[in-house]
Ligand binder design. Structure first.
Ligand SMILES: Cc1cc2nc3c(=O)[nH]c(=O)nc-3n(C[C@H](O)[C@H](O)[C@H](O)COP(=O)(O)O)c2cc1C
Length: 130
């Protein structure tokens, strides 16, 4: 878990894919925090990404540090606690211009049933389950 967290933090931007009917959707994301030992990201309830996850919680994440890359499959489950929203917004204070804890739009998802596969051109893939 910590390895996955550190890698995503290092990359700063990762790409989050969701399922929209029979169409994959992917977009850049940046928020990632460990909350109660779970990897979590933040979004807005008004976004398509949120609606897609509520309809189908299966997500994939891809990130690359320039030399290696990771692919993560997981389920994204809402963490509705206000304290989790507060923790995320403390970690990303620039988001406070757009989001407030308990505003009805701020949404935290935790990743469950995660499988992260770290790849490089030089070695065998390394699989981490979390
Ligand atoms: C570098 C970067 C990081 C981003 N991080 C987030 C994020 O953590 N959460 C979020 O909701 N949107 C984030 N966005 C904005 C989303 O990519 C954007 O709102 C996207 O359109 C959401 O997908 P959707 O249109 O399918 O809902 C980020 C954008 C960029 C360029």
């Amino acid at each position: 878990m910590k390895r996955v967290y550190d890698y995503l933090k290092k990359c700063k931007t990762y790409y989050l894919a969701t399922v929209d009917g029979d169409q994959p959707r992917v977009r850049p994301f940046g928020t990632i925090e460990l909350i109660d030992g779970r990897l979590c990201f933040q979004t807005g309830r008004s976004k398509h990404v949120s609606k897609q996850i509520h309809a189908n919680p299966k997500v994939e994440i891809c990130a690359c540090d320039g030399e290696t890359w990771v692919r993560i499959q997981a389920n994204a489950i809402e963490d509705p606690r206000i304290e989790s929203q507060e923790k995320m917004l403390e970690a990303y204070p620039e988001l406070k211009a757009l989001y407030q804890p308990g505003d009805g739009n701020t949404e935290i998802f935790k990743l469950t049933s995660g499988v992260a596969t770290f790849y490089s051109f030089s070695g065998a893939p390394v699989v981490v389950e979390f």
